[in-house]
Ligand binder design. Structure first.
Ligand SMILES: Cc1cc2nc3c(=O)[nH]c(=O)nc-3n(C[C@H](O)[C@H](O)[C@H](O)COP(=O)(O)O)c2cc1C
Length: 358
């Protein structure tokens, strides 16, 4: 296995533990949904029809980019693809950098199109890989390997800086994104990986032509925690000689565990921008149930996305478990909409939410 491939496998195992999650909350707990004692609608009346990039979906849940590049990833991707095809849910594959550097890993990605011939599937590459511009043959290879409907660019400077083998130069990422917007045959989505995109960064992305932003804020998977766990689980490196310095280094890394912009902070910060500019917002980072999903819509999201719970359910309960998880989620969402007296996803707004009071 190549080193990127080994790292990707470690990531799956480490994100399953509770300690991989931020201790800081998303911010959704600061709000409550307004109960409507006279809803004048029933469970059968609720519609979650929603749009992303001009495409209609039955349910506004995106399975976030996660995996690819090793044997287990092939199975996980195949199962996620089967699930998404069945429920007509869009999803993103994990970073395809591994496949661009070693074509033997292509199968772990291309399997998704075999299992999901009709689903919306997004390719994935890191912003740091776009510095200097992405060569057209690499772009083509990424898109054609899965017949992608969109390309996702992930921004993860926090993870890269914590990761011992990570990138440390981010000058030129925005220019790379601009070039990709102009050269890609499919639309672009830009996401964080859990430390959040606020309005200042969103504005710069919109200025180079990006139309969909997945905020991926603090409250769910913490890549700083995941990378720190990887470092701690390795035998001591000789990078830091003494035990005391090793201790100080770990403490320094731990201070980044809770770094980032919370999911709700990002959503609130994007609200004003959404009045001025036309773009679509995907809310993610710690979205863990249908209540979070509906609160996110009330705060301006068009769609929501989930990562860690999907891989956790798949690993523990398999595809059947994932189907049950989704049915439960959809049931809860339908009950909530009924209790709000709102028949359609698109009609949810800030009117239906209020700051929490006891
Ligand atoms: C196992 C795992 C692997 C991930 N790999 C990628 C990746 O390759 N590319 C990417 O853009 N995001 C990746 N992510 C980040 C997620 O897409 C998501 O942005 C982040 O985990 C926050 O969502 P969550 O709190 O629902 O987990 C990964 C997440 C997990 C759990």
């Amino acid at each position: 296995m190549s080193s990127i491939s080994t790292r990707k496998k470690d990531h799956i195992d480490l994100t399953l533990t509770e300690s991989s999650q931020y201790k800081r909350p998303t911010g959704f707990q600061l709000y409550q949904l307004k109960h409507n004692a006279l809803p004048e609608c029933g469970l059968e009346d609720i519609s979650f029809r929603s749009h992303l990039l001009g495409i209609e979906f039955e349910f506004p849940l995106f399975i976030s980019s996660m995996t690819g590049g090793h044997g287990e990833a092939t199975n996980l991707n195949a199962e996620i693809a089967t699930f998404c095809e069945h429920f007509k849910i869009p999803f993103g594959v994990g970073s395809q950098r591994v496949m661009l550097e070693d074509s033997t890993h292509e199968k772990s990605f291309s399997i998704v199109r075999k299992k999901a011939p009709n689903a919306f599937i997004a390719a994935n590459i890191g912003g740091a890989q776009l510095i200097g511009g992405m060569p057209s043959n690499r772009l083509l290879s990424m898109i054609s390997s899965i017949q992608a409907n969109a390309v996702i660019v992930h921004l993860n400077p926090l993870q890269e800086l914590i990761q011992p083998e990570g990138d440390t130069q981010f000058d030129g990422v925005l220019k790379g994104i601009e070039k990709l917007v102009n050269e890609s045959s499919v639309p672009l989505i830009v996401k964080e990986t859990g430390a959040g995109i606020d309005s200042a960064v969103a504005k710069r992305l919109l200025n180079v032509g990006v139309k969909v932003i997945d905020i991926a804020g603090v409250g769910g998977t913490s890549w700083s925690r995941v990378e720190a766990a990887r470092i701690t689980s390795r035998p001591d490196t000789d990078k830091v000689g003494s035990t005391l310095m090793r201790k100080y280094e770990l403490e320094m890394q731990e201070r980044f565990n809770e770094w980032g912009n919370s999911t709700v902070y990002c959503l609130k910060s994007l609200q004003e921008l959404a009045w001025e500019r036309e773009f679509e917002i995907i809310a993610s980072g710690g979205i863990r149930n249908a209540q979070d999903m509906i609160k996110a819509r009330c705060l301006g999201a068009h769609f929501v996305a989930v990562a860690q719970p999907v891989v956790r359910v798949l690993k523990e309960e398999g595809l059947t478990g994932l189907e049950k998880w989704f049915n439960l989620w959809r049931k809860e969402a339908t009950m909530i909409m009924t209790l709000l007296g709102v028949r359609e996803w698109r009609l949810l707004s800030e009117e239906h939410i209020t700051p929490h009071s006891s």
